[in-house]
Design a protein around this ligand. Structure first.
Ligand code: NAP
Length: 506
């Protein structure tokens, strides 16, 4: 962080001079209804990945601050859980409405700290608010059951109850939607929360919470603890192990998910884990090629490849491989415009930080050293800066290359040729990840077979974008536990209680 601070200071340029919509830029954390500093008074800089300028400095909170926030959420839970679903629904809808009135302001902050193009930031806000609206509705349908029992004069009642304080730990790649998808659901259920956003993107989280305050969310229901990477483990330990925490709701890498799952296990805490992906994008000979190519662009280059559901391995049938690759190359060359996210016409921004740029560079260099062929891109566009990776297309990729096995999380499309359906399935399933998958075919039987046999939580048939608030979002295997969105999303934050009503004849 010190190095970062020195480099940031060198490029110091106040964001205020370039940002028109400043009133949502909060520079303090939010705990128990107050905008606060860290108890140590430490701060860390939030950098614009396009030019390393400092957007703002925010509190670098530690374990003691996390404890204060958990206590506030725990105290507030005593009253919040007793609010009616109608009240909670009303507040969530109001939060949704206020966010929609502030799309431009939120988007400007998001683009500054995450690097994504403004249009994509606006798209994320539309997607993220859809969860607030959805859970405003869902709150009214958290129903119980009355089950006929085996005994006369007794009744079985099943009711749902909020499970307490939820620790919400979120990544930088969707800094707004990953929060609303969780917080909308947990608030609808009657829980309170402590949010720890990524070091790279705390400002979007703080802006979203400022709008929650304006919407009338009572103090202590939402608390935000900002911290640098240096303090993440200490803050995370409190958020996972404090006895007052009922659930850890995490979105991020499988590596960190495993660490948090281990800590949650000590207290037998509920977990909701949305982890890394390695999505196959499979094209069969019967596919509508132009449609498949359009969706390949969406699946790969949205958020510059930094999405958990991004197409990671393009598996193309040998009979259409050359046609697909040629079409993909043409589209990438035409449609991917690299540059700062706030520049008109840019479709691909910088990678979020230096580590991410180094990771992508390492994966491509390793593949090339082992025989992969670069058809487009393949390196950092140095004239733009050290985090702008060229939109890249690779062929001749083999299983011994790291890029074949790992989630790339960058603008690199990797194409692999297969012979038949069995081979496509074998390659697609040969990973411990199981989040999203995509299949392009006009053969109805094949579509059903693939849906059945792909070991993934989500399958898009003839579509490269499958996220919305209505279906259950989530993965299997090492991609996670639990589902977000849909009518099931709220269940993650409730416990079932069975009450036996007996002696009804007495
Ligand atoms: P990450 O490194 O796992 O970080 C995620 C969050 O965890 C950040 O807030 C991070 O803080 C925090 N963190 C890191 N170590 C921690 C610890 N020991 N205790 C507590 N918190 C800790 O993931 P990322 O690089 O931000 O995001 C990319 C990953 O997220 C990819 O693998 C992607 O596939 C996955 N993802 C999954 C979904 C999904 O729905 N399945 C959605 C989006 C992203 P710092 O950032 O400050 O280190």
């Amino acid at each position: 962080m010190d190095l970062l601070r020195v480099s940031a200071a060198r490029h110091f340029q106040l964001f205020t001079t370039s940002c028109r919509n400043m009133h949502l830029l909060k520079k303090q954390a939010y705990v128990n209804g107050e905008w606060v500093q860290a108890s140590s008074n430490a701060v860390f800089p939030v950098l614009n990945p396009a030019d390393d300028s400092v957007i703002a400095e925010v509190p670098d909170m530690d374990a003691a601050d996390a404890k204060t926030a958990v206590d506030a959420a725990s105290n507030t839970f005593k009253t919040w859980k007793n609010t009616t679903v109608k009240e909670r629904s009303y507040i969530l809808r109001k939060w949704n409405d206020i966010c929609l009135q502030n799309v431009d302001h939120l988007a400007e902050i998001m683009t500054a700290e995450s690097g994504k193009p403004l249009a994509e930031s606006k798209g994320e806000i539309a997607y993220g608010t859809s969860f607030l609206e959805w859970f405003a509705d869902t709150a009214r349908h958290i129903n119980g059951e009355i089950i006929p029992g085996p005994w006369p004069n007794k009744k079985i009642l099943v009711t749902r109850h909020p499970l307490g304080v939820v620790s919400v730990i979120t990544p930088w790649n969707f800094p707004f939607a990953m929060i609303t998808r969780k917080v909308g659901a947990l608030m609808a259920a009657g829980c309170t929360c402590v949010i720890k956003p990524s070091e790279d993107t705390p400002l979007t989280a703080l802006a979203a919470v400022e709008l929650a305050v304006q919407a009338g969310v009572p103090k202590g229901v939402i608390n935000v603890v900002t911290s640098s990477r240096k303090n993440a483990a200490g803050v995370g330990k409190v958020m996972c192990e404090d006895p007052a925490v009922g659930c850890i709701s995490f979105t991020g890498s499988t590596h960190v998910g495993k660490i948090l799952y281990g800590m949650a296990a000590k207290g037998i805490k509920r977990v909701s884990l949305e982890l890394g992906g390695n999505a196959p994008f499979i094209v069969f000979p019967s596919a509508d090629m132009e449609h498949a190519l359009d969706h390949a662009m969406l699946a790969k280059f949205r958020n510059n490849g930094q999405a958990c559901v991004a197409g990671n391995r393009f598996l193309i049938h040998e009979s259409v491989f050359d046609k697909f690759v040629e079409g993909f190359k043409g589209r990438i060359g035409q449609k991917c415009v690299l540059g700062p996210g706030n520049k008109e016409g840019v479709t691909c921004g910088p990678l979020v930080n230096k580590a991410q740029a180094e990771k992508v560079t390492g994966l491509v260099d390793d593949a090339v050293a082992k025989g992969a062929k670069v058809l487009l891109g393949g390196k950092i566009a140095k004239h733009l800066g050290d985090k702008f990776y060229e939109s890249t297309l690779l062929v001749d990729v083999k299983p011994d290359m790291a890029i074949y096995q790992e989630e790339v999380f960058g603008p690199v499309a990797v194409c692999y040729k297969f012979k038949d359906e069995a081979e496509a399935l074998e390659v697609a399933n040969s990973t411990r990840s199981g989040l999203a998958s995509y299949v392009f075919t006009k053969d109805l039987g094949q579509a059903f077979r693939m849906s059945e046999k792909l070991e993934f939580g989500m399958v898009g048939i003839n579509d490269g974008i499958l996220s919305s608030c209505e279906p259950p979002f989530g993965g299997i295997k090492e991609s996670g536990i639990g589902r977000e969105g849909s009518k099931h999303g709220v269940e993650e934050y409730t416990d079932l209680k069975y009450t036996l009503m007996s002696a009804l004849d007495k």
